[in-house]
Design a protein. Structure first.
Length: 257
């Protein structure tokens, strides 16, 4: 699959930084601030249902942005090495305070379909997080597989306006699971992105080559296995300390031993 990605900037997003006259590199890192933006487009289909959401978070905190900080605000995706599995319950979040920036209106557009994201204020539960999060429900008509989409950010005093255009991946298809012996054999139609699988509290990462073996110990007597095809597109925007537009298109299948 050939993918074309273009990023058009109306203006660059700014990040504040405190000047450090003296002290160690660690002290400088602790006093600086980092800003990153994460826009995530999720879709999961099964034989019975289809659900999807687009969400956006622009994070500012002291020190470097890490996966723990993004996980704290629901934007992190920490995958094991290809061919390995991990327990997602063991993943720790950051204990640093995180500010979620107001970046004005955000919308996503594909073809003639346009969806505006709703803005809401946090904290809802976690006192470490404050600011604005954006989200909207979508379906396959709004954001189909293998389609060009544009994400538009209206901008604010913290992050001036910009737009991002990219292509969505194909959702996993022809998914088949065989439970037999010490391993479970999983097959799907191969692609060119990254694959990870969730079953219970186990998460495994694989190459997108159409075949994987999962430890049978990850499976209960019955449940749901979800195959995710994920595509990351970097937000290479001057002034942002990293960021990404992430597509996570998944197919869920029920299993019974």
């Amino acid at each position: 699959m050939v993918r074309a990605v273009s990023i058009t900037l109306v203006f660059l997003a700014a990040t504040g930084c405190s000047a450090v006259v003296s002290g160690s590199p660690e002290e400088a890192d602790a006093q600086s601030t980092s800003v990153t933006g994460v826009v995530v487009v999720d879709q999961t289909v099964s034989d019975q249902t289809s659900r999807g959401e687009v969400s956006a978070r622009f994070v500012r905190l002291r020190g470097a942005i890490d996966v723990g900080a993004l996980r704290l605000v629901g934007a992190g995706l920490d995958l094991p090495n290809v061919g390995e599995c991990t327990n997602v319950r063991d993943q720790a979040s950051s204990t640093r305070a995180v500010e979620l920036l107001d970046v004005g209106a955000i919308s996503i557009e594909s073809g003639s379909q346009r969806v505006a994201l709703a803005q809401r204020q946090v904290p809802d539960v976690v006192d470490l997080v404050s600011g604005s999060v954006y989200s909207a429900r979508i379906d396959q008509a709004n954001v189909p597989s293998g389609a060009d989409v544009a994400v538009m950010v209206g901008g604010s005093a913290d992050v001036p306006a910009f737009s991002v255009r990219a292509q969505t991946p194909e959702a996993p298809s022809a998914v088949r699971l065989t439970l037999d012996g010490a391993n479970a054999d999983l097959t799907w139609a191969a692609g060119t992105d990254a694959i990870y699988v969730d079953v219970g509290s186990t998460r495994c990462a694989f190459a997108d080559d159409g075949h994987a073996a999962i430890p049978a110990s990850a499976f209960a007597d019955e449940g749901t296995l979800t195959v995710h095809r994920v595509r990351h597109e970097k937000l290479s925007i001057p002034g942002l300390d990293g960021g990404e537009l992430r597509f996570d298109f998944a197919r869920a299948i029920a299993y019974r031993r």
